[in-house]
Design a binder for this molecule. Structure first.
Ligand SMILES: Cc1cc2nc3c(=O)[nH]c(=O)nc-3n(C[C@H](O)[C@H](O)[C@H](O)COP(=O)(O)OP(=O)(O)OC[C@H]3O[C@@H](n4cnc5c(N)ncnc54)[C@H](O)[C@@H]3O)c2cc1C
Ligand code: SF4
Length: 363
């Protein structure tokens, strides 16, 4: 650890125009220190309950501006070499948590062995943000639910109810026409979705998340990293990462299904927009017969949502429109749409059909 800088944020405008929603100033009034870790061990040792890891800062600094998070200390990961890089061994890819979305998207080994991940990274955000945004920070981003993202720096009361921001206050979104809410795993408390594109690809690729904490290192399957609200039993808890644990990297098994993977993102405009629904598939075919298949939906739950039933039903079956339609019935009938997203099960089904078609046509 080479420095501890004091960063006075007093007087920093809460938005670019320096206005609060009430027009009453909206200044962040905080004192912040930063330490720069030079190894994983230093980063883990430096973290405390009121500190946060700082990678690219594209999410964290927004949370601080909005008042979602108010850490007293930032532990900067910018000089931790072990978190960098993308390497291929004979049967897996290892991606450091600090690899940026552009580095991953443009990497030849990722393009060849896990194309769904490359495509998901390159469909996220804008080129400028992708140059800075890391994959570790990406899977830890929070919902885009506008009530959660209300600008309320330093306020003890929110302008509207949001159980995720202020437990017990209620949920303004549930009765609204907001379309980016969950179909699966939501609770009465919260129906927010996880908006990450790369997380959906990592889920379909059966990736493993490497984490390190004071109690040592451990591995978490990507499919168990995020939690739905029903699994978490609260609107606030979103992952199985423990307090103070650092994500160090991702392991992606290389198999024929991963090499024939594809990512499809459905959104309201073609760039710089979060998904309405997305789908990642990994597929191994023998002739036209499905020998391995993994299907994950994005923006339909607070975690990438694997379609386990459809995966089972399509195994050892000839890949055809009829077989896919029949296989999807059960998973899609379990969707629980809200007033603003009743169209989403249909959209999700179409996204799966198209993603499988793209993967199936890949040589
Ligand atoms: C305008 C805009 C548009 C966007 N559009 C998209 C989109 O279309 N699709 C999409 O998927 N994403 C999108 N994003 C999200 C973007 O990809 C994330 O903000 C980014 O990947 C976060 O990475 P970061 O390195 O900046 O994280 P930071 O902001 O540094 O950190 C985010 C959180 O993760 C924690 N953290 C970071 N690294 C680690 C680690 N190694 N271990 C443990 N905790 C860690 C931090 O403490 C913090 O809590 C968009 C963001 C913006 C600002
Ligand atoms: S859906 Fe969740 S994040 Fe959105 S307002 Fe309701 S509680 Fe808040």
């Amino acid at each position: 650890m080479d420095e501890r800088k004091y960063m006075p944020l007093r007087g920093l405008p809460a938005d670019r125009g320096g206005r609060s929603p009430s027009g009453e100033g909206g200044m962040i009034d905080a004192q912040l220190s930063m330490v720069r870790a030079s190894s994983t061990a230093e980063a883990v040792a430096a973290i405390t309950v009121d500190a946060a890891f700082h990678a690219g800062g594209t999410e964290l600094l927004n949370w601080m501006r909005l008042g979602i998070s108010e850490p007293a200390l930032l532990v900067d990961l910018g000089q931790v070499e072990a978190l960098r890089g993308i390497a291929r061994s004979h049967d897996s890819l290892r991606i450091g948590a600090r690899a940026t979305l552009n580095e991953i998207g443009q990497n030849d080994e990722v393009r060849k062995n896990a194309p769904a991940l490359s495509q998901a990274c390159l469909k996220a955000a804008s080129p400028q943000i992708r140059n800075r945004a890391t994959i570790g920070g990406n899977i830890l981003q929070k919902t885009r639910c506008p009530w959660f993202r209300a600008e309320a720096p330093g306020q003890t009361a929110m302008p509207w109810p949001c159980n995720k921001r202020m437990p017990g206050s209620g949920c303004a979104a549930r009765e609204s026409k907001f379309s980016k809410l969950a179909l699966y795993g939501a609770s009465e408390e919260c129906a927010a979705t996880q908006p990450s594109d790369p997380a959906v690809a990592l889920s379909a690729l059966d990736a493993i998340v490497e984490v390190s904490g004071r109690e040592g290192a451990r591995l978490i399957p990507m499919t168990e990293f995020h939690l739905t609200q029903s699994e978490a039993g609260s609107a606030v808890t979103e992952t199985t990462l423990r307090q103070g644990e650092l994500v160090t990297g991702f392991r992606i098994p290389i198999d024929a299904a991963a090499q024939r993977s594809a990512y499809l993102k459905v959104r309201e405009r073609e760039s710089f927009e979060y998904a309405m629904v997305s789908c990642a598939v990994a597929l191994r075919l023998e002739g036209e017969i499905v020998r391995a298949i993994r299907i994950s939906l994005g923006s339909v739950a607070q975690k990438p949502w694997r379609l386990r039933q459809a995966e089972k039903e399509l195994l050892d079956v000839r890949l055809s429109t009829g077989a896919v339609d029949a296989a999807l019935v059960r998973d899609l009938s379990e969707a629980r749409p809200l007033p603003g997203n009743e169209f989403k099960p249909l959209l999700a089904g179409n996204a799966v059909r198209r993603a499988l078609q793209i993967a199936g046509e890949r040589s």
